[in-house]
Design a protein around this ligand. Structure first.
Ligand code: BGC
Length: 388
């Protein structure tokens, strides 16, 4: 009997050990699945001068694409996408720490508003009343003023999405902030899909008639970690017309045909091929710094694509907006040192800012940027990453 009890005990110990082993073996398998699952994490990114804590949110999709966002300026500080060999590298310009973003920086990764791009002399009228905004760029108003949406604290929360992992960023821009009328409630959704897209949905409502034109100001360099300038990138813009500008980069009001000009990117063209051509618009912009009129009237359409041959990275831009500002980083001059100690020299990044045309409030023929109480401003833009 004693022998039987000892034997039974022995067998049950062996059995329980075997079960434990099974659990241990299963655990790593479950972990592997977890790594390949999309995720959102949050960590500290330092403090603003007024003591406010800034967090960095990391969104990862199941393919490993990673997008990092901070509360300050709704800035995308890092975006890691694979090259043709599957190597993940950062494809946007920015800084390693909050301090970099607090020094005068050219809108790296930020949401710009209330009006992205320029408004002539910072003046516009609504119902006969004139409003005056900051003249923060050569006597003109640029990107929302002295303290635009790129320099304010955004509340961030994880948001449910059927398309991927998502963050909801909100900001209340008070009546007359930077000179704009109306309390404007702004909501931006950043969604990272398992289809390798960064989808942005902008929404805003107001309690007084106002103007709104929101965009994203990421500087892309598809070489990965900004190895060289963007002049070898190949660009396609689905636009037959350009919004030409005057000497302070305010639209003249015409929309000109791009045919036979260095602004014709309807067929994929190397950015550096014509950037130094003798052309009045290129001279005024010191390179490309213009808004193109998107040809398709579809609600959401392919606006642009960029291909970088050495890495094989390919970026497509889809939008509901009528225009796209292509800025070839002409004002980057090596004075800013960014992530990993890389010096951001002339044309080390390019921006593709989907938006309404510059100075629309003063150009009645351009699509309207007016938002009335009771209406919802709603636009979307998607950056899609792949290789070829
Ligand atoms: C503008 C440039 C400006 C840059 C900010 C772009 O959106 O078109 O003219 O210099 O933003 O650095």
């Amino acid at each position: 009997m004693r022998k039987l009890i000892i034997y039974t005990l022995f067998v049950s110990v062996i059995m329980s050990q075997a079960c434990k082993k099974k659990e241990e073996i299963q655990t790593p398998a479950a972990d592997t699945v977890a790594v390949a699952k999309a995720s959102v994490t949050k960590a500290s990114f330092g403090k603003l001068p007024d003591g406010q804590e800034v967090s960095v949110y990391t969104l990862k999709n199941k393919n490993g694409i990673e997008l990092q966002v901070i509360n300050y300026g709704a800035i995308v500080t890092s975006l890691k996408a694979p090259d043709k060999n599957g190597t993940l590298e950062d494809i946007v310009l920015g800084f390693d720490s909050l301090a970099g973003y607090l020094t005068p920086a050219p809108y790296f990764g930020a949401v710009v508003g209330r009006y992205g791009n320029r408004i002539g002399k910072g003046k516009f009228k609504l119902d006969g009343k004139e409003y005056t905004l900051a003249q923060n760029n050569n006597g003109q108003h640029l990107h929302g003023g002295l303290k635009g949406f790129d320099k304010v604290f955004w509340n961030i929360e994880e948001a449910p999405s059927t398309e991927g992992v998502a963050l909801k960023l909100t900001y209340l821009s008070k009546d007359m902030e930077e000179g704009y009328p109306g309390n404007l409630n702004v909501e931006v959704l950043y969604i990272l899909t398992d289809n390798n897209e960064w989808k942005i949905e902008y929404k805003a409502t107001t309690d007084k008639k106002t103007i709104v034109n929101l965009t994203q100001h990421s500087y892309f360099n598809l070489t990965g970690n900004a190895k060289r300038d963007i002049l070898e990138h190949k660009l396609t813009l689905h636009a037959d017309k350009l919004v030409p500008v005057d000497k302070v980069l305010i639209p003249t009001g015409e929309l000109t045909d791009v045919t036979n000009t260095p602004f014709d990117f309807r067929n994929e063209t190397v950015i550096g091929a014509r950037i130094n051509d003798k052309d009045q618009q290129l001279e005024l912009g010191l390179g490309y710094d213009h808004c193109w009129v998107l040809s398709s009237s579809d609600s959401v359409k392919l606006a642009a694509s960029v291909y970088e041959p050495t890495s094989g990275r390919y970026l497509e831009v889809y939008t509901s907006e009528p225009g796209i500002q292509f800025y070839s980083g002409n004002f980057l001059d090596g004075s800013l040192t960014g992530k990993g100690g890389v010096q951001y020299k002339h044309r080390y990044g390019l921006c593709l800012e989907t938006e309404h045309y510059p100075d629309s409030p003063n150009k009645p023929a351009f699509p309207s940027v007016v938002l009335n109480p009771g209406e919802t401003y709603s636009t979307q833009t998607t950056y899609k990453f792949s290789t070829k």
